[in-house]
Design a protein around this ligand. Sequence first.
Ligand SMILES: [Zn+2]
Length: 321
Amino acid sequence: MSIHFSAGSVCAIVVSAAFCGPVAVSPEQARAQARQNFDAVKVETHPVQGKIYMLTGAGGNVTVQVGPDGVLLVDTQFAPMAPKILGAIRELTDKPVRYIINTHVHADHTGGNEAIAKAGQDVKIIGHENLLKAMSAPPTHQPFDFSAPRGDWPTETYKDKQRLEFNGEEVELIHIQKGHSSGDTIVFFHGSDVLSAGDVYASNRYPTFDPSGSIEGVIIGMNRILGMIKPPDKQGKGGTAIVPGHGPIGHQADLVAYRDMAATIRDRIRAMLEQGMTLEQVKAMHPMKEYDPTYGGPSTGIGSADGTIEEIYDDLAGLPR
Ligand SMILES: [Zn+2]
């Protein structure tokens, strides 16, 4: 969700997310450990459809649109990944990066903004206005500190919707309120028929959201996407391809199943809360056990069963995080 180097905290990088917790190592040790972990990571390029590719590595998925006008990126992974991301783009085209769109503020999606923008040509970084607010806030050095260096900040913000024409197709940005964060953006490439969902849909783990988001917003966000995308035809061909924030490329049926799972666990946790159960009692009931083989993801922290139960419980109970 976020990687943040501050005294007394270390970030252990797992395949698709980073979780920071207080442990007894020096900041230098933590930084050295994090660098080593990034050194070992390979960036892989997955063709999606039309003009779109998906890059995986450490952190969120990167969407790459390639064409005669240059390169448009959705998200940029962690800062140390930038040289590898740029290397993968060079394999696809000689054209410069011209746009970076951020789906949300977390550093596993925005950390590479500055370095990648510097390597491009008059790069515009676009994000929702709440993303800029979070990035430009004074650092707190607390777990949900999303402040970032000025070079990572959006150069342009929007409020509800924004459209741009690039590489001969319409690219539409839509804000999802209080979803995975307060500044979520989904990006629809109309010509290629590809939608970048950000972490409103992170298909290899349970739904998560930071304290500015909500489970209701995540589900509403998925419903918004389902209202925009097309299913494959009867032969299973075509249809909108979805690049999730984390996890493999999906289609309508994958998102329907994920949305149904999210709504089911929300309903179960709400019912237990209404019966007066404590958080520990809810966890002991394993309210999403049958989904563990599909969405179990990490065993602790962000996107784990217990991590998600805690987020949903606190959100529905109106408790601070
Ligand atoms: Zn995130």
